[in-house]
Design a protein around this ligand. Structure first.
Ligand code: NAG
Ligand code: NAG
Ligand code: NAG
Ligand code: NAG
Ligand code: NAG
Ligand code: NAG
Ligand code: NAG
Ligand code: NAG
Ligand code: NAG
Ligand code: NAG
Length: 542
């Protein structure tokens, strides 16, 4: 049962690793692509309707890791599976599990056959009287040599297994940390952007210019981004804790397997050499079960290794096939390039309009000198002219170049601070009492508008990258490049180590018995010779 649980937990681990990397991004992607996030942002800011219809321009399908996953499927008349990497397809799992069939068969055959052998040996001991032994020196030497050989092989296997699990744990942990780091990066960006939006919730530069309700809408979008970020954060934290737990369990199991097998090998060797038949038989019975269990564990790790390698190939191919429809796209709701382009376009438009509004305020109000009767436009503004904002886009949303004397988004708050005057309330409205062209209230509103535009400029491309999966593609590309080779290699070490340990211990078991018996025969034989042969002394005396 414990083994079954290990089996399940390893499969689960594989699944979790895969799903984690997809689902955690999936949250924000789903949010960005489907309802809250970007769409409502685009809607509320730019008032563009019907953004739901995502135009799917990816027209052809692509089978991920097709050649790697071309395996016989026992649940489909042993035909070759052709669906490629597709974790939602049960035939993928059955065909990949079939790769470990030889190991499972060995485990079962060993369990049955050796069980039978043990049974017949015990029958032989119980029922039959001991026959005469025919001691042969060569059989004795032969079994001793093989006993030493397989004991060494088992020790080497344990070392490979122990090293493999350490390195494997390191590489899975670093992969996990990378994925969690990417998730945190997304959370950070969403939080920061949401913060900018919420700071600017009542953005209205001199009420006249921006519709009053837009503040509320921006606020709603900010809250949604915030909740997406929170969900992603909790999911990432939960999943990574769970996976870490699973990894620690796997590590513990492997260490225990390596230690127990090593101990078994050494004890078996020792007792066998000492000729302690009873202890050898006790160890043989323990070893009989452990060898079968280790073969099964080895099969499980072979499956795991294959799934990891398949996933790595699938990720690599998915990264370079952005147009195709693949099994990964069923998990990751990537919006197509057209839609992503449109969102980028809209965020540019919002940036353009907000900057434009701010500049209109500067040009038409703060930088003009009005007669005192021209209230509310007149508030005693005086002094040097306020520099206007550098609008990064032209009216048709191409890149614009800044003119000399214009301020950029990041500098605006510092630069404009110099033009703020101190105010007093005169007959119900604010009036500058010192030199300056901006009242603190107007300053705050202008800064709000600038921080939204600046935030859009700064975080917009990132949000679009989330939306069209560029970010996930980059992440997968990095995992494929940095983590996959080691994951592949060390999961291979583990199953090779397990295979070495189990087969070496299996053969050692046989030679424990053989050697212990040969030793017994030799001892009996000597005894027999000593008893039956006439005493040399008596011969001499004769
Ligand atoms: C897919 O693309 C092919 C040409 O590459 C075209 O003939 C076909 O109509 C397209 N199918 C759809 C559903 O757009
Ligand atoms: C988010 O904002 C904090 C401080 O406001 C900053 O330290 C951090 O670098 C920002 N994160 C990103 C991804 O821009
Ligand atoms: C985001 O939500 C958390 C609670 O979930 C709240 O404490 C925080 O103030 C919110 N931040 C923004 C920018 O809305
Ligand atoms: C924003 O609106 C809140 C109430 O909704 C108000 O208390 C706050 O003073 C406003 N901030 C600015 C800068 O107008
Ligand atoms: C993956 O498998 C599922 C279940 O069999 C199937 O519905 C889906 O179409 C497959 N995806 C691809 C891309 O083949
Ligand atoms: C993005 O969309 C705009 C119009 O919405 C279009 O002019 C431009 O060519 C598109 N760019 C790409 C790369 O598709
Ligand atoms: C600001 O002034 C320009 C001309 O100087 C005018 O075209 C524009 O409509 C004015 N903006 C507003 C919001 O009044
Ligand atoms: C505009 O500038 C950005 C970088 O600031 C660049 O990536 C983009 O290609 C430019 N677009 C055009 C149309 O030149
Ligand atoms: C923005 O401010 C920094 C220093 O505060 C200055 O070096 C830089 O030239 C300014 N950029 C522009 C475009 O004014
Ligand atoms: C208007 O501003 C000037 C400084 O530029 C100041 O001397 C004057 O007192 C202000 N007028 C009122 C009515 O506050």
């Amino acid at each position: 049962m414990a083994l079954f649980r290990i089996h399940v937990s390893v499969i689960l681990l594989a699944l979790l690793l895969l799903f984690f990397s997809s689902s955690s991004f999936g949250v924000c992607l789903a949010n960005a692509a489907h309802d809250p996030g970007l769409i409502s942002l685009k809607r509320s800011l730019a008032e563009i309707p019907s953004f739901d219809n995502i135009i799917v321009d990816n027209n052809y399908s692509f089978i991920l890791a097709a050649s790697r996953t071309h395996r016989q499927d026992p649940f489909h008349d042993f035909k070759y599976y052709t669906g490629g990497w597709n974790i939602s397809n049960v035939h993928y799992w059955t065909s990949v599990s079939f790769t470990a069939a030889p190991l499972f068969i060995i485990a079962v055959v060993w369990f049955l056959v050796f069980g039978l052998v043990l049974f017949s040996i015990s029958c032989y001991y119980c029922c039959c009287s001991r026959r005469k032994y025919s001691y042969s020196r060569s059989a004795y030497a032969f079994s001793l040599v093989f006993l030493i050989l397989f004991t060494c092989a088992a020790i080497i296997g344990c070392i490979v297994l122990y090293n493999g699990q350490g390195k494997f744990h390191g590489s899975t942990s670093s992969t996990l940390d990378y994925v969690v780091g990417q998730a945190d990066f997304v959370v950070d960006n969403l939080r920061n952007f949401s913060g900018i939006l919420s700071e600017a919730k009542n953005i209205s530069v001199e009420q006249i210019f921006i519709p009053a309700d837009i503040g509320g809408k921006i606020d709603a979008v900010g809250a949604k981004l915030n909740s997406s970020a929170s969900e992603l954060e909790t999911r990432a934290a939960d999943n990574s804790a769970k996976i870490k737990d699973k990894l620690d369990t796997v590590r513990l199991v492997l260490i225990v397997v390596a230690a127990v097998m090593l101990l078994l090998t050494l004890l078996g060797f020792y007792f066998s050499v000492l000729g302690q038949q009873v202890l050898v038989y006790i160890l043989v019975i323990i070893g009989w079960v452990l060898v079968a269990a280790t073969f099964i564990l080895c099969g499980v790790f072979l499956i795991f290794h294959n799934v990891v390698a398949d996933s790595c190939v699938a990720m690599r191919e998915w990264v370079v096939q952005p147009q195709a429809h693949t099994a990964l796209d069923d998990i990751l709701p990537c919006v197509d390039a057209t839609t992503a382009n449109e969102s980028r376009y809209q965020s540019k438009e919002v940036t353009y309009q907000l900057s434009n509004v701010v500049n209109q305020v500067i040009l038409n109000i703060t930088n003009k000198n009005f007669p005192p009767n021209a209230r509310p436009l007149y508030y005693n503004q005086s002094g040097p002219l306020v520099p206007i904002l550098c609008n990064p886009y032209t009216k048709d949303l191409n890149n614009a170049t800044c003119n000399a004397g214009e301020v950029v988004f990041s500098n605006a708050s510092q630069v404009w601070k110099k033009y703020v005057c101190s105010t007093a309330i005169v007959s119900g409205s604010e009036i500058c009492t010192s030199v300056g062209r901006i009242t603190p209230k107007v300053y705050n509103q202008m800064i709000s508008a600038v921080s939204v535009s600046g935030g859009l400029e700064y975080y917009g491309p990132f949000l679009v990258q989330l939306e069209d999966c560029t970010f996930v593609r980059d992440t997968f590309g990095m995992i494929d490049e940095n983590n996959c080779p080691r994951l592949n290699q060390y999961s291979k070490w583990i199953y090779i180590g397990l295979a070495m340990v189990s087969s070496a211990v299996m053969l050692s078991l046989i030679f424990w018995i053989a050697y212990a018996r040969e030793r017994q025969h030799r001892a009996n034989n000597k005894h027999f010779i000593a008893l039956s042969a006439p005493s040399p002394l008596s011969e001499k005396t004769f």
